[in-house]
Design a protein around this ligand. Structure first.
Ligand SMILES: [Fe+2]
Ligand SMILES: [Fe+2]
Length: 444
């Protein structure tokens, strides 16, 4: 056993060293990771968890202390301690990808780590590796609490980071690229596909917060949509990043105008429209950190598919695919937000409003695909059936968007009905989650 542990520790430390020099996609790293993963696998065949500990200046595993190896790894040991990691537990079921994330976390400069190590890893979707100080372990409630971080927590975390980062962009013209990467990763790992859940927390405190929530929602939706369209992970993240910045220009426009509920006069409307060009100009200064895509999307997102929107362009151009995706998600979220505040935009109406814009405002092909993915009533929507029973939409039927699978909740025993198979049962209307649907929210 000791030999196996030595093997694993040596291989794990080796991949860590390699990762300090090469990207994690480099064949050298892939090869060293393979070795570490294999040796971990053979240990996990015999036990449920493998523990690496740092005790004083030494590396340990189980009851073994690895004096020789520790001498060579002093730098690494010091770094682990400085980021608050005295023990790493690999649980059965750990994946290669999780080890890559652990290693990337370990080599991240300390000043960029703004979360507790365990929270940081959880945010990246790592569930089978536990890290922390030695005293943290063995306190069951601690680990359970950390594991229990829910999606709402992730969403709020993203929202905080997003508002901090955007405010520093606006106030000091500085971009924290690491924070934005963190947000898009967090969306990808934890929030993708769960857009609907966040309508529960619509306690909007300020005008800016409403804008931050909108841009975060648009980003979540855009990443989800792009992934369903078959985009690679990298491309999904780029689209999500562009989604995060599409309305940045709005944060520069006077609040009086943005918050005005009455009709805008021509000058005010012109000022609102300027958020596209303004946003692009701001983002253009940060192309080195953010790439050119956010600039393109900020500029184009109100241009419309037929170029009939704004700003006026004097040459024919095809909109970037990222713009086509973000602009659908943008309008959809704006309409859904209205629905949360008032009771005047049921999902079926949102569908009809958006469908009216096909081929003019939106690419018809993408719009059809969008509703095939989201359904008319997205997952988690509380609906009233034609026979007055209350149900929650559980699964969207891509081939029959008006007939999702629903869970009936107004009967003693809850049960799932696939409306695509029971053609005689239809959805009558959606209940507003903040009004008559509120009492069913816990059941979602
Ligand atoms: Fe906009
Ligand atoms: Fe927007």
């Amino acid at each position: 056993m000791a030999d196996n542990s030595t093997n694993f520790l040596t291989n794990f430390m080796a991949s860590w060293q390699v990762a300090r020099i090469y990207e994690t996609s480099h064949p050298k790293f892939v090869e060293s990771l393979e070795k570490a993963y294999k040796s971990l696998g053979s240990l996990l065949e015999l036990q449920n968890e493998v523990v690496i500990g740092v005790v004083g200046e030494e590396l340990t595993s189980g009851k073994e202390i690895f004096f020789e190896l520790s001498k060579k790894m002093q730098l690494a040991i010091g770094h682990l301690k400085s980021i608050g990691v005295e023990r790493i537990i690999f649980n059965k079921g750990v994946t290669k990808d999780e080890i890559v994330k652990l290693i990337s976390f370990i080599i991240t400069p300390t000043e960029n780590l703004k979360l507790e190590p365990q929270n940081y890893l959880l945010n990246l979707g790592v569930k089978n590796i536990e890290v922390g100080k030695i005293k943290d372990f063995g306190q069951g409630h601690y680990v359970a609490a950390v594991r229990g971080i829910n999606k709402i927590g992730h969403y709020e975390d993203c929202l905080d980071k997003l508002s901090d980062s955007i405010i520093s962009l606006i106030d000091d013209n500085t971009v924290d690229g690491h924070n934005f990467t963190f947000i898009s990763n967090n969306i990808m790992e934890n929030l993708i596909g769960s857009y609907q859940e966040f309508f529960k927390l619509k306690e909007i405190k300020s005008h800016d917060m409403a804008t931050f929530m909108h841009i975060l929602n648009v980003s979540i939706l855009s990443i989800y949509f792009a992934s369903k369209l078959g985009f690679s992970k990298e491309d999904c993240l780029s689209v999500g990043l562009a989604g995060l910045f599409h309305d940045i220009g709005k944060l520069y426009i006077g609040r009086r105008i943005i918050q005005k509920t009455g009709k805008l006069d021509e000058r005010e409307f012109g000022e609102i429209k300027s958020h596209t060009v303004l946003g692009a100009e701001i983002l253009l200064r940060h192309v080195d950190k953010l790439t050119i895509l956010p600039v393109v999307v900020a500029f184009e997102h109100h241009l419309d598919y037929d170029l009939g929107g704004y700003p006026k362009v004097y040459f024919v151009r095809n909109l970037h695919i990222a713009t086509l995706i973000v602009s659908i998600c943008d309008v959809y979220d704006a309409l859904m937000q209205r629905r949360s505040y008032k009771n005047d935009y049921p999902p079926e109406m949102i569908y009809n409003i958006m469908m009216r814009g096909k081929d003019t405002k939106f690419s018809a092909q993408l719009l059809n695909k969008f509703f095939r993915i989201m359904g008319i009533w997205p997952r988690g929507t509380i609906v009233c059936l034609e026979d007055e029973r209350i149900a929650i939409v559980r699964e969207v039927n891509e081939e029959a968007i008006f007939s999702p699978a629903v869970e009936v909740i107004s009967e003693r025993s809850r049960r799932i009905i696939d409306l695509n198979k029971k053609k005689n049962i239809k959805i009558k209307r959606a209940l507003n989650p903040l009004k008559e649907g509120k009492k069913y929210l816990e059941l979602i």
